[in-house]
Design a protein around this ligand. Structure first.
Ligand code: AMP
Length: 282
């Protein structure tokens, strides 16, 4: 496995692989890898000749008061996990390598990004789209792997690829959870032991919401109220949102009568903002 830090090194490597007729799978990450990332890597490993993992905390997708500086980073640790998982190349560029002086081009979207996480993180998806575009242009993957944990991100990337006629297949992978149901996340490392013990309530509440809909409840308002009440019942005080939206347009729905995404974001402690979701075909 190679750790490459420059765009030109990756392009050179990709050229050699293409010469051998190999397909390429890309797994974009911000590092501090866990089993969620490893499930994407496994999927990529099984379906491509070569696998590239990008390991880059992208400043463009963090707002001014967010956790860019505190985000956990450890390339050696990530490299050990990637090596074991059969990754061929880790692309770990510096911020200057990705955004050299004079950088001023962005990729943005008019729909899909205004609600859910986009509401409290207004520049987030522009940053995600821009870095993912750059990675696609650098690595030219046949397949790129994204987690359903970031459901809005997955929808945005799929739409961008469709709208801009990009030659890459986007593969969504299921949410990997801790045994107690908490969705695995690099940001779980921010939680104090007490916060960690409360955090599984998020998935418990979402599961209750899912059961309500599966049991015939069609009022989004009632389901959202029930989920919020369960989360708040353990002393968590700050919910960013609980929303039920159309799974394609991501527009809020009042009456649940077509395929939906139910998603939430919850603040815990100083830095942690935890997200979770489920989708249902109606
Ligand atoms: P991140 O490093 O948090 O930007 O995540 C990189 C990729 O891993 C994204 O496509 C995430 O959706 C995905 N991912 C993160 N956590 C999980 C999880 N618990 N289950 C599945 N995919 C995940």
């Amino acid at each position: 496995m190679k750790i490459l830090k420059t765009v030109s090194e990756v392009k050179e490597q990709v050229k050699l692989w293409r010469g051998e007729g190999l397909t390429i799978g890309l797994v974009p990450t911000m590092g501090w890898l866990h089993e969620g990332h490893l499930s994407l890597i496994k999927n990529a490993r099984e379906n491509n000749g070569r696998v590239v993992v990008s390991d880059f905390v992208n400043p463009l997708q963090f707002g001014p008061n967010e956790d860019f500086d505190n985000y956990p980073r450890d390339l050696d640790r990530d490299a050990g996990l990637c090596e074991k998982a059969g990754v061929d190349v880790i692309f770990a560029p510096s911020v200057e390598e990705m955004y050299p002086e004079g950088f001023c081009s962005y990729v943005d979207m008019n729909g899909l990004t205004g609600g859910l996480c986009g509401k409290s993180r207004p520049i987030h998806f522009r940053g995600v789209q821009t870095v993912v575009n750059k990675l696609f242009n650098i690595v030219t993957p046949d397949n790129a792997y994204f987690g359903e944990k970031d459901a809005q991100q997955l929808a945005v990337i799929k739409r961008m690829v469709l709208d801009l006629n990009m030659n890459v297949k986007i593969k969504g992978c299921p949410i990997i959870r801790e045994e107690d149901g908490l969705a695995k996340s690099s940001r779980n490392s921010y939680l104090t032991p007490e916060e960690r013990s409360l955090a599984p309530i998020i998935n418990k509440a979402m599961t209750r919401g899912k059961e309500m809909i599966q049991g015939g409840e069609r009022s989004s308002e009632k389901v959202i109220a029930a989920i919020s009440e369960i989360i708040l019942s353990v002393g968590i005080t700050k919910i960013d949102y609980v929303s039920i939206v159309d799974s394609l347009s991501l527009e809020p729905v009042d009456t649940i009568e077509r395929d939906i995404l139910c998603a939430c974001a919850v603040y815990m402690g100083n830095f942690a903002r935890l997200i979770d979701n489920f989708s249902l075909e109606i």
